[in-house]
Each structure stands twice: as C-alpha cells, then as structure tokens.
Design a protein around this ligand. Structure first.
Ligand SMILES: [Zn+2]
Length: 304
C-alpha cells in the first residue's frame, strides 16, 4: 500500500502569530524531523480592521464558534484601530530567517492581510501590482533573495493576482481549495504559475461545531487523507501554533505513527513540474466553503 503523503502549509497572519506561533511550530517540526511550507504576512498587522467583517453574513457565527478573542488576543484585534499596526517584517525578520535556515520553505502570504483578503477583488491591476510588489520587496529585504512562492491571504485570488504572480516568475502558488495541482485559467485566460490547492478543511473551519467534537477531529482528518495523491493541509500559526498547539502535537505524533510521509510544497512543485504536459488545466473560480465566511478561490472544472 503506498504511503499517505501530506504537505503542511502554514499561513502566518499576525505579529503575535509570527512571534509566538511560528517558533512553537518550528520546534515541533524540528523534534519530529518534519519540514513544512511557511507563508508570512510581511507588512503591517492591521488585524483589527477585520472587525469590519462583522457586517458580513456568517462572520459573527464564526467568531462565536472559534472564540476569536482568545485565539488572537485582544491586542491583536485592536492592531490598526487603536494604534498603527506593527510592521511584522521589520520586527521579526530573524524569526522568519530561522524558519528558512531550519530547512522549511518560505514564501509570501501577503503584505497587509486585511487589505488583500477584503480588498483584492475591488483593486485595479496597478494596486494589485503595488500590494504584491510591497510583499516581494519586504521578502527580499528579509531573506536576501526573491520570493519563489506565494499563498494568498484568505484564499483570495483572481485574474489580476495570477497576473502579478506570473510577472514575478513564481515557481508555484497555493491560493485555492481543490484536489490536485493544476494550471489555472480565469474566464479563458490561462496562467503559467502552478497552483497547488489545499485539499483538507482548516481546523478553524471545523472547531466548535457539534458535528466535529475536538476529541475526534484528528481521526476525521485521517479519514480525509487520500492515497496516490498529495494531501495539503493549511495550518495557522495562531491556531495550531498557539491556541490548539496541544491538539496539533498529538495530531503530528499520530500521523508519524501512521507513517504519513511529510513533503513541502516546493517538493510537490518540483516533482509535478518535471512533466508539465501532464499537469491538468482547471478554471479558478470563487465559491463558498463550509465553515468560512465569504467566497474563496477554488479549483473549478477541468479545461480541455
Ligand atoms: Zn491568512
């Protein structure tokens, strides 16, 4: 029987998550000999401005379910409202470099998480270029080399963001929910940056729901893993690295005992791109995902 293959993608959304959650996850990975793919928010942490989403359907329900205040901390929720958002790259470059030096992939999550997640689809092309350009510039300042990969904040992607990726000559991106790596098209326009979708739900999409009690969540995840393909699980530094750290350690230990094989997204990209003609082309569409408010980028129908 072939091994189960799992790539762990870590989205780092906040200053607090960078400072506390990232080192905790890196320690756990180091102890177990696992490598993962980290995507950093590189500019100001304006998390507090997400409170505007209160007016969006589904948001309050999620806030209640996932106890946002205890997960993110009151200070973080006021960043960008009561005081200017702290600049994450300026404060924590050494933490980001330590992750890279430990052998993990590092890439761009965003410059300003809120601006990208809530604003991408209203931006003009020039604004998308400017916002992604800021993230690239800060990445290069922190790491000394250009970014080769990105995973969009809030799974927000469209023809303009994919254009910016192609212009930046990325090796791969992971903005979508879906089943397998693909080349994306949007309304007939085809893009050349490989998309590697997250195949599993995130912990915060399942947390606090009566149909998914916490003690059986790990078993639920293992039941979703498929053989003969790469499973991709998105973690959050603020959740698996902090509020649900104990749960995640236990999950990892169980995965190791099941001989789950861990790979990084860069490894997935490298092995997939060996045979580009075999990579399917799919539409990238926006759709709702159970447990999350608003719409996300999703792997749509295959294009002949
Ligand atoms: Zn994020």
């Amino acid at each position: 029987m072939p091994d189960l293959i799992l790539a762990l993608k870590v989205d780092v959304d906040t200053e607090r998550g960078t400072r506390l959650g990232v080192p905790a996850l890196a320690r756990a990975f180091d102890e177990l000999g696992v490598h993962a793919s980290f995507f950093f928010s590189l500019g100001p942490d304006n998390t507090g401005r997400a409170l505007r989403r209160v007016f969006r359907p589904g948001f309050l329900k999620k806030v209640k379910r996932t106890s946002v205040v205890s997960t993110y901390g009151m200070r973080t929720l006021l960043n960008g409202i009561l005081w200017p958002g702290p600049h994450i790259g300026a404060r924590h470059a050494h933490i980001m470099r330590a992750v890279r030096d430990a052998g993990h992939d590092v890439g761009i999550h965003c410059y300003d998480h809120i601006r990208w997640q809530d604003g991408l689809h209203r931006m003009r092309m020039g604004e998308v270029r400017r916002e992604f350009g800021r993230a690239r510039a800060e990445f290069e300042r922190v790491f000394g080399v250009p970014a080769t990969c990105a995973a969009a904040a809030g799974w927000q992607a469209d023809a303009q963001s994919l254009t910016a990726y192609d212009e930046a000559d990325l090796a791969y991106a992971s903005d979508t929910r879906g089943a397998c790596p693909f080349f994306p098209t949007v309304r007939g326009e085809r893009f050349r940056t490989l998309q590697i979708p997250s195949t599993l739900p995130t912990l915060d999409e399942l947390m606090g729901r009566p149909d998914y009690p916490e003690e059986s969540l790990a078993t639920h995840y293992f039941s979703l893993l498929r053989r003969n393909t790469v499973n991709v699980m998105t973690l959050h530094a603020e959740i698996e690295g902090m509020a649900k750290y104990a749960w995640f350690r236990e999950f990892l230990t169980r995965a190791m005992s099941m001989r789950v094989q861990f790979v990084t997204l860069a490894e997935v990209a490298r092995t997939t791109l060996v045979a580009p003609a075999a990579i399917p082309v799919h539409e990238l569409v926006l759709a709702e995902i159970d447990g999350r408010s608003g719409t996300l980028a999703v792997q749509g129908n295959a294009v002949a």
